[in-house]
Design a protein around this ligand. Sequence first.
Ligand code: 5AD
Ligand code: FES
Length: 349
Amino acid sequence: MKNIVLKLEKEHFLRDEEFRLLLEDESEETLMLLAERADKVRRKVYGTDIYLRGLIEFTNYCKNDCYYCGIRRSNSDAERYRLTDEQIYDCCKIGYELGFRTFVLQGGEDGCFTDDKLVEIIKTIRQNYPDCALTLSIGEKSYESYKRYFDAGADRYLLRHETANSIHYGKLHPKNLLLENRKKCLYNLKEIGYQVGCGFMVGSPFQTTKSIIDDLKFIRDLNPHMVGIGPFIPHKNTPFKAYEQGSLDLTLKLLSVIRLMLPNVLLPSTTALGTIHPLGREKGVLAGANVVMPNLSPRNVRKKYLLYDNKICTGDEAAECIVCMKNRMKSIGYKVVVNRGDYKEINGE
Ligand code: 5AD
Ligand code: FES
């Protein structure tokens, strides 16, 4: 297996059979070797700096009905909320004082936030925080809408592709949602000039080694600036409530594989990873991740933005999370830094 790992590090991709061997090898040794190589590669580009993203979950209304997601339209148990513009700006203010230089506006696909409204919010944040990056994570929109947000001052966009296998995509989503459209959105975002993030859940129902290899191929082709991956975790009010959660080791392995494929990629150690293991986020960083995304949403709405069960940090203030995160990163020899945390083009060599 060592040869395969070294080949991946050197050539940044593998043949299908090699990927299959690597992904299906469950030995501790392979996992550790991958993490060691990925950590080395990440250190070359980003050192031990860990970038912060302040997540503002501004609406949990969603017109979609993805089978895995706790805020899907059909979940009538979800208590719905929308933050006011003022509440959003307050989150930014608190976040800025705490050292955040990237704000991520994330929400369900909520028609109430029209393009005009979003443009107004984006312009205001851009004006008040010229030194910050502004990321959107609000789902599938038209080219024109994406362009308007970009022109208003948004500079990054997260849209996980969820799975790059269209049959698998069809098993995770209702018929009206298509992989083709999702991919088109990602390419549109790139064309417009955003720093783009795609990604997928590890261990989602019906995922196979083949579909993961499709994900890796798609990631290679798109060549995104960011890749968000985390374990699937069932939510009690969804059709997938009885499915098993994704595995910690496979998530860690894929973080390392993606780091070796794209040495410069921005790779978050996700909240979902921290949810399935108390030291999940630390392990993610040690496996090659270099971004953490603490929650900046007001405390009173946090328990309502539940994409999956048992989500961590829903009872904590932003200030508590940031102290906790700094300590967690320090404990493993990494450092949370105060800057925008942009993608580095150089290879560090
Ligand atoms: N478990 C883990 N991740 C989930 N997401 C949505 N539902 C779940 C779940 N049950 C992820 C999706 C989405 C991102 C915002 O959260 O990948 O793109
Ligand atoms: Fe939120 Fe630790 S990061 S409590």
